[in-house]
Design a binder for this molecule. Structure first.
Ligand SMILES: [Zn+2]
Length: 233
């Protein structure tokens, strides 16, 4: 993983895009370096092989303009929070040295998402500990850990207006052809594909803040502000 300003941690390829493609596109347009670290290759998914999903993830990364996309290679459907997985994510965080870290919320129907949420909590903290695995790099703790929702709605503490990026986000998610299958919905969560789920959530959250579409996030702890000017734009 190479250095970036914002690092997004995803359980499977496509989770980060569904939740935050618009936010990434905005950050990249503003000149910030964004990186993605997927924890698994999605090899146990009902659709698409690991090889196909890696190609799809690479295509999506290119459209997003991220500077790096790595994969920790943890076992899909069997992600556990242990010393090995913690060390893998700590190494990625220390190498990337992000100012902001994004990870899933813990409450989710998919156990891997819950595990990655817990792994992120642990790694966010441990990455900053001088005496935790010093061989994995210099200690670094991002300024903030933000959470994105998976399959269960959250009450967001902030929502990013992506109204002008709706079409580009759809283009990014369409890279995941193996996860879009209008002719056979049997293996899709609630028979809705990844693009439909992302768009329904973004439109709903856009409605909540008075725009066409918005990506919802939750902050762990208080939002640190020096003054209120950034809220008046
Ligand atoms: Zn997932």
């Amino acid at each position: 993983m190479i250095a970036c300003d914002v690092l997004f941690v995803g359980p499977h390829p496509d989770d980060v895009e569904m939740a935050a493609a618009g936010t990434i596109l905005r950050l990249v347009a503003q000149g910030f370096r964004c990186g993605i670290v997927d924890c698994t290759r999605g090899e146990k998914g009902s659709r698409g092989s690991a090889a196909e999903r890696l190609l799809e993830a690479a295509a999506a990364a290119k459209l997003l303009g991220v500077v790096a996309r790595d994969n920790l290679g943890l076992a899909d459907t069997s992600v556990v929070v242990d010393d090995a997985s913690t060390r893998a994510l700590v190494a990625a965080i220390r190498a990337a040295k992000p100012r902001l870290l994004f990870a899933p919320v813990e409450r989710d129907v998919h156990p891997d998402h819950t595990a990655v949420a817990q792994l992120a909590t642990r790694s966010f903290f441990h990455a900053g500990l001088r005496n935790f695995a010093p061989e994995l790099g210099a200690p670094h703790r991002p300024r903030l850990l933000l959470r994105y929702p998976g399959n269960i709605p959250v009450e967001p503490s902030l929502a990013i207006d992506i109204s002008d990026l709706v079409d580009r986000k759809a283009e990014v998610i369409r890279c995941y052809q193996s996860q879009l299958a209008p002719n056979d919905r049997a293996h899709l969560l609630q028979s809705v594909d990844v693009l439909e789920r992302a768009q329904a959530r973004d439109r709903f959250n856009g409605m909540r803040i008075g725009c066409v579409a918005a990506e919802p996030f939750v902050i762990d702890g208080p939002l640190p502000l020096r003054d209120l000017s950034s809220l008046m734009a």
